[in-house]
Design a protein around this ligand. Structure first.
Ligand code: C5P
Length: 325
């Protein structure tokens, strides 16, 4: 039996996420990262990453949110492919994998708190692994994903997942049914490190710990049991009652207009509204797809400067949707 030759081109679809709960502890003194207890939820708003064998490495970005996305090695998708190449050399005995051209169709808003950059990195990892002959198994890809950023492993996994540690230690969450959402996207992004810095200031974590405050510094957030129970029941109203985000106050301080978007969401009858991750995207929860459409129409009237997307979750993680020999 001869093995199938690896395809020349592979396209991977990869989802955006919203954190249904995001509990944040004090920054670790050694690396500045914050310990999290978070529930990730992948939604059906996706980027597509195509990787094709080429003469030299390159990156192009097209699509609705292409503007301003870097097309050099600073793009996380490029770093993903470089890191994968190093693993192929070091652990698979492949001397130098052939160069690839990466194309990203960018439908996930940039700097929106929806992990779009992490999604592209996850997509590039899976697509490059496919055209390089699938030498690495999913577990190995997750290890590389962790090195790229805290949200990258979840973009590979998808669905609903509890994340602890930096948010990259994942376990799948049992859940029933679909959740329907309206995402409200600001025209100005937010920098994740800046939101965390603001969170530290608001929480008093920008001071050095003292013997009195040290125990609180060392506390690690607990998983949000009530939300996990609501997800198991599949009741959207109950899920809405348990959405929470410790970074919300920081995001609202940096973009005060978010308060108006949240208030408008309540006015048009959303079950609940929350800042997505480090923001500034606001996720409004609906009872059904039709309800989400109604909310989106209401939001377009009340907040015409905000772009709205109707979507649902959980969505699958990164997956190969087409290949060409
Ligand atoms: O891991 P990633 O590069 O996506 O994180 C971006 C930034 O967000 C980090 O440089 C850090 O400032 C902040 N962050 C954090 N704690 C986490 C995740 C992210 O402080 N658990």
């Amino acid at each position: 039996m001869t093995a199938e030759p690896a395809p020349r081109i592979a396209t991977v679809r990869v989802p955006a996420k919203v954190n249904l709960a995001l509990r944040v502890g004090a920054p670790k003194l050694d690396n500045g990262y914050h310990p999290l207890a978070t529930v990730f939820h992948a939604v059906d708003l996706t980027d597509e990453v195509t990787v094709r064998r080429a003469r030299r490495f390159s990156l192009e970005v097209t699509g609705r949110f292409a503007e301003g996305v870097p097309t050099d090695h600073t793009n996380l998708a490029w770093r993903a492919v470089e890191l994968l190449r190093d693993y192929y050399r070091q652990t698979c005995g492949v001397r130098t994998p052939l160069p690839v051209a990466i194309s990203i169709e960018k439908n996930i808003p940039v700097a929106g708190g929806m992990a779009g950059g992490s999604a592209d990195a996850a997509g590039a990892l899976l697509a490059a692994n496919t055209v390089w002959g699938n030498e690495l198994m999913p577990g190995d890809l997750s290890a590389i994903a962790e090195e790229l950023g805290a949200d990258v492993p979840f973009a590979l996994l998808g669905g609903n997942a509890l994340g602890v540690g930096r948010g990259d230690e994942l376990s799948t969450v049992l859940a029933q049914g679909q959740l329907h959402w309206v995402f409200c996207v600001s025209d100005q992004g937010l920098s994740t490190p800046e939101v965390y810095r603001t969170f530290d200031r608001l929480s008093g974590w920008d001071q050095m710990p003292t013997p009195e405050t040290l125990p609180a510094w060392e506390e690690v957030p607990e998983p949000p049991e009530d939300l996990l129970q609501a997800l198991r029941s599949g009741d959207a109203v109950e899920v809405g009652q348990h959405l929470e985000n410790d970074l919300q106050a920081a995001a609202v301080e940096l973009q005060p207009g978010l308060r108006d978007t949240l208030a408008a969401g309540a006015d048009v009858g959303a079950l609940a509204g929350i800042v997505s991750g480090s923001g500034p995207t606001i996720a409004l929860l609906a009872a059904s797809h039709d309800h989400a459409i109604d909310i989106s129409v209401g939001m377009a009237a009340l907040r015409p400067e905000v772009e709205v997307f109707v979507t649902s979750g959980p969505a699958p993680g990164a997956r190969v949707v087409s290949t060409e020999a």
